[in-house]
Unconditional design. Structure first.
Length: 471
């Protein structure tokens, strides 16, 4: 009898899925609808650890806004959850599938529709890869600043969904500051346009900003108008070695207090430096306790580096090495870009935090993270966008070891708690997703959660858009 009930349920699930697929195919080409379980399972999750993922009923790869509208109409009619996805390079589980959902992968919507040097805008589809856009506008003497570490893979739609940052944020800001307007397919399939193409615009509520960082929970971005800047000069980089993390953070405070505007100000602790050397044999100074990288893309970067180098020495730097040219600068930056890959190689699995604190308290977070690592007997490397206080404490652990996995999760939570105690936020650029949703409630409070749920209810009354994320 029990087996009969199980078989009956399976038959019912198959029938439901078959009806869903059939309805989707009425408005989509056959090659845009994937049902093979061996294929659809590869769309189940992003790159976050400790985030549950369900089994999608179907994966859809639309190529037009009209096809996205068709998917959302069917999903609304059949009450099927929809999980939007980009390249799945996220680190919070925001793109993880839920059981029986439609995974809506937007990677095939990858056209750059317009680059306008006069208005300094680009109009793109959500599947455009960040690096592809950056190189295309560079050829016209323009610059799209947001540059997440995964910029060679991540998509503009994903960047918008998670409000991504990057190495250049200290001077140029984050994704939200470059999204001028959006075309969004709502949960019921209607198409809405927000924002503008103009340099200014304050007509009505800023719904564009509302969608940036919403993690696909309010609508599906199918087109974006992005602001561009003139391409800056080639930047030069300086590396400063410190005998303590506190001294490096003191240097950061001196640089920012002095009114300097670096295009990049990054910190790597000793654990990270060692991991990069072990992976890539780059010859970084392993005697250092902290390595600070500063860059300027001004008309006279050498003069700016000299001034910042003097501040680093005043803060206790044991060695200051300015790059002589762009090639040497790029070599130093490559070490920073390898940080997360190198830390993953330490134990095989990482949990990457992105706690952000006021710059003045950056040293306290780094010292607190060291205590947490010692307490839990774990390797935790810290890399940071030091110029804006956004840190990436990265917990290295063996996922096959249950006790070590438990300690990794506990240390991750303690780092977030420390960040809040220091007046910071649980996420500076990776988003909430599944990984941090219980912490979102702690940060914004019960009234804040109530208001955010109310907003969600206006845009998605049936709760079918990326359910189980944020809160």
């Amino acid at each position: 009898m029990i087996m009969s009930r199980i078989e009956a349920r399976r038959d019912e699930d198959t029938a439901v899925t078959g009806n869903l697929v059939g309805r989707l195919l009425t408005g989509l080409p056959a090659d845009a609808v994937l049902t093979d379980p061996d294929v659809t399972v590869s769309y189940a999750n992003d790159m976050a650890s400790f985030c549950p993922a369900g089994t999608p009923a179907v994966v859809v790869l639309p190529r037009t806004a009209e096809q996205v509208q068709h998917v959302m109409r069917i999903a609304t009619e059949l009450r099927v959850p929809v999980v939007p996805q980009g390249a799945r390079t996220g680190l919070s589980g925001a793109a993880n599938a839920s059981d029986g959902c439609i995974v809506l992968s937007l990677t095939k919507m990858d056209r750059i529709l317009e680059i306008n040097p006069v208005d300094r805008i680009a109009v793109v589809e959500p599947g455009v890869v960040n690096a592809t856009l950056s190189r295309a506008v560079n050829e016209l003497g323009l610059y799209y600043p947001p540059d997440p570490s995964s910029w060679e893979m991540c998509t503009i739609g994903g960047n918008i969904g998670t409000a991504s940052g990057g190495l250049c944020c200290v001077k140029y800001g984050v994704t939200a500051e470059y999204v001028l307007g959006l075309d969004v397919v709502l949960a019921d399939g209607r198409l809405m346009s927000t924002g503008r193409r103009t340099a200014k615009g304050v007509a009505g509520y800023d719904l564009t900003r509302l969608f940036v960082g919403s993690e696909g929970s309010l609508g599906i971005v199918v087109r974006a108008v992005l602001g561009l800047r003139p391409k800056p000069p080639e930047q030069l980089v300086l590396a400063a070695e410190f005998s303590s993390g506190a001294a490096a953070c003191d240097a950061v405070c001196r640089i920012m207090e002095g009114g300097h505007v670096p295009s990049l100000l990054e910190l790597m602790d000793r654990t990270t430096v060692k991991a990069v050397n072990d992976l890539a044999h780059m010859g970084l100074p392993e005697t250092t306790e902290a390595l600070l990288l500063a860059a300027f893309d001004t008309s006279d970067p050498a003069a700016d580096l000299a001034a910042v180098g003097a501040l680093c020495e005043a803060a206790g730097a044991t060695q200051v090495v300015p790059a002589d040219d762009a090639a040497e600068s790029e070599l130093l930056l490559q070490a920073r870009r390898l940080s997360l890959t190198a830390l993953e190689a330490v134990k095989g699995t990482t949990m990457i935090d992105d706690v952000c604190v006021p710059r003045s308290r950056l040293g306290e977070l780094i010292e607190g993270t060291e205590r947490i690592a010692d307490k839990h007997r774990l390797t935790i490397g810290v890399v940071a966008h030091a110029g804006d206080g956004n840190t990436h404490p990265t917990v290295c652990f063996d996922a096959a070891d249950p006790d070590e996995s438990r300690r990794a999760r506990e240390s991750f939570d303690e780092i977030m708690a420390l960040g809040l105690e220091l007046g910071g936020t649980i996420t500076g650029e990776h988003g909430v997703g599944v990984l941090k949703k219980e912490w979102l409630a702690r940060e914004i409070g019960s009234v804040g959660v109530e208001m955010q749920r109310a907003v969600k209810g206006v845009f998605d009354p049936l709760g079918i858009l990326n359910p189980g994320k944020l809160f």
